[in-house]
Design a protein around this ligand. Structure first.
Ligand code: CDP
Ligand code: CDP
Length: 212
C-alpha cells in the first residue's frame, strides 16, 4: 500500500478550508500548503510592480518565479489581493505554472494537506481523501467580518458578502479548473458547525480511509 498520504481540501472563500487543513496537518504529521497563497502572491507581485493583471504571459512569468517557501500569509490577506488573485487564476498559463509547483509540494514526505479550489479535481486527483468544505455565503461573510474586526480592522458586512459572492461566481464559472466538488469528495457543510466539530467529522473519515 502507498504510504504517502495526501489530503485534498476544496471549497469557496472563507468556508474554513485553511483552519481545517492546519488541524488535520497537525493531527497526522503532514505538511500543509494553502494554494490560495500562490495565486495571491502572483497577483500581489504584479500589483506591487504596477504591472497589469490581464497580461497572461507576464503573469505566468511571475508565477513560474514564485518561491513557495517564502509565502507570507499576513501580507497577502487583504481584500484587494484576493480579488486580483481570482483574476489571474482564470489564466491557464498561470494555473499550469502554479499547479506544477503545488504538485511538487504535494509529493513532500511523509505526506501533505493542500487546500484550494481544484485540489481534488486537478492538482491531486489521486489524493487519499478529499473534502469539499462549504457554508452559506452569509455565514462565510460573517466569519470573514469577525476575523477582520478581531485583528483590529474595520469592515462592512454587506460589502464583504457582495465581494465573496462575486469571487465565488468568478471561481465557479471559469473554464480552466472551475471551483466544484470532485465526484469522490466528502461534502462538509460547516454553516452550523464550529471548528472543533468540523475537525472531528473530518478526522473520523480520514481515520477510516487510512484503515482501508
Ligand atoms: O481557508 P478559508 O478561506 O476557507 O477559511 P478559514 O480562513 O479557514 O476560515 C475563515 C474563518 O472562519 C476563520 O476565522 C475561522 O476561525 C472561522 N471558522 C469558523 O468559525 N467555523 C468553522 N467551522 C470554520 C472556520
Ligand atoms: O482565503 P480565501 O478562501 O478567501 O481565498 P484563497 O484561498 O486565498 O484564494 C484566492 C483566490 O485564488 C481564489 O478566489 C481563486 O480565484 C484562486 N485560487 C484558485 O483558483 N485555485 C486554488 N487552488 C486556490 C485559489
Amino acid at each position: 500500500k502507498d504510504t504517502h498520504i495526501i489530503i485534498a481540501i476544496d471549497g469557496p472563500a472563507a468556508a474554513g478550508k485553511g483552519t481545517l487543513s492546519r488541524r488535520l496537518a497537525a493531527r497526522y504529521g503532514l505538511h500543509h500548503l494553502d494554494t490560495g497563497l500562490t495565486y495571491r502572491a502572483t497577483a500581489k507581485a504584479l500589483l506591487d510592480r504596477g504591472l497589469p493583471l490581464d497580461d497572461e504571459g507576464l503573469a505566468a512569468d511571475v508565477a513560474r518565479n514564485l518561491d513557495l517557501s517564502s509565502l507570507d500569509r499576513s501580507v497577502l490577506a487583504v481584500h484587494e489581493v484576493g480579488e486580483a488573485a481570482s483574476k489571474v487564476a482564470v489564466m491557464p498559463k498561470v494555473r499550469r505554472a502554479l499547479v506544477e509547483a503545488q504538485r511538487d509540494f504535494a509529493a513532500t514526505a511523509p505526506g501533505t494537506v493542500l487546500d484550494g479550489r481544484d485540489i481534488g479535481t486537478v492538482v491531486c486527483p489521486d489524493a487519499l481523501i478529499k473534502f469539499y468544505v462549504t457554508a452559506s455565503p452569509e455565514v462565510r461573510a460573517q466569519r470573514r467580518y469577525e476575523e477582520i474586526i478581531g485583528q483590529g480592522g474595520s469592515a462592512d458586512l454587506a460589502g464583504i458578502l457582495a465581494d465573496l459572492k462575486k469571487r465565488d461566481a468568478r471561481d465557479s464559472e471559469r473554464t480552466d479548473s472551475p471551483l466544484k466538488p470532485a465526484p469522490d469528495a466528502h461534502l462538509l457543510d460547516t454553516s452550523e458547525m464550529g471548528i472543533e466539530a468540523a475537525f472531528e467529522a473530518a478526522r473520523v473519515l480520514v481515520d477510516a480511509a487510512l484503515q482501508t
